[in-house]
Design a protein around this ligand. Structure first.
Ligand SMILES: [Mg+2]
Length: 273
């Protein structure tokens, strides 16, 4: 663990968290645009990796274009896209039970997954896994369905992201991790979370871009998701103090980053100099 240095000039693939690292809502953090321009100048690539499963890649492209950040389809990995890709590789055409929004269900179908939101007796025997996403359309029938499946069958159990709360204009609402904790109280099972800190998104970004783990760095503002994700993937990491983590947290964290710095502006200076 050390203050940021220009060692990071050796990096080619920059995997960035969004909220609290690159922007707050729709406003870029000071230095973010310069940093991303410098990555492009040096012939590198940036990919934004986020646990937020409520926005689609199309939504992110619109948001980033408005902020003046050049992006395309390959610039984003969300916990939804990672989950869909993982499930497709693992289960292909087998039937999955989904607890999530209509848009999440549609997103999974776009990847060619066979999914159901019902758990009647005729379907139950063919369901091989349950998957939970952040569900702002949650109701008690969905809760009962998944509780029955998780207790009467030994299907696999996954969820998009372990975040407990999601910020909204007036405060917070329960996110995917909180929904899974509610279920855990009843069924005593916990899902495998596929978003950060799982290394899945880092592995996917390396594979898709062709860059090695040595050429890759994860940058974020949360130690137990962003930095833990990089550590789990075996890549270097940098924490910024513009979001959740503060310098004092470094003393006691179980997830020590390779580098720390005040903000993305320091990363820009380290790349430039
Ligand atoms: Mg963040």
């Amino acid at each position: 663990m050390k203050a940021i240095t220009n060692d990071i000039k050796n990096k080619k693939l920059f995997l960035l968290d969004i909220d609290g690292t690159v922007s707050f809502d729709a406003t870029p953090i000071e230095g973010a645009l310069d940093f991303l321009a410098e990555v492009r100048n040096l012939g590198g690539k940036y990919v934004f990796i986020t646990n937020n499963s409520t926005k689609s890649i199309e939504d992110y492209i619109i948001k980033f274009t408005k902020m003046g950040i050049p992006v395309d389809d390959s610039s984003f990995l969300t916990s939804t896209t990672a989950t869909a890709t993982f499930l497709k590789q693992r289960y292909d055409e087998q039937l999955l039970y989904v607890l999530g929004t209509k848009s999440f269900v549609n997103e999974l179908r776009k990847y060619g997954l066979k999914v159901t939101e019902e758990a009647n007796d005729s379907l139950k025997s063919s369901i091989v896994a349950a998957v939970v996403g952040f569900d702002s359309e949650l109701n008690y029938t969905k809760i009962e369905n998944i509780c029955e499946l998780l207790q009467t069958t030994n299907i696999d159990y996954f969820a998009t992201n372990p975040d407990l709360s999601c910020p909204v204009s007036y405060g917070y609402i329960p996110d995917c991790g909180a929904i899974c904790n509610l279920l855990k109280e009843a069924v005593k099972r916990e899902p495998v979370y596929l978003g950060k800190p799982n290394n899945l998104m880092v592995d996917m970004a390396c594979e898709e871009s062709g860059y090695s783990k040595e050429e890759t760095i994860v940058i974020g503002d949360r130690l137990y998701t962003d930095i833990a994700c990089g550590i789990n993937a075996g890549v270097d990491t940098a924490v910024v103090f513009t979001g959740e983590a503060k310098y004092e947290d470094l003393k006691s964290t179980a997830f020590p980053p390779t580098y720390y710095c005040d903000s993305i502006k320091d990363l820009y200076i380290a790349l430039r100099d």
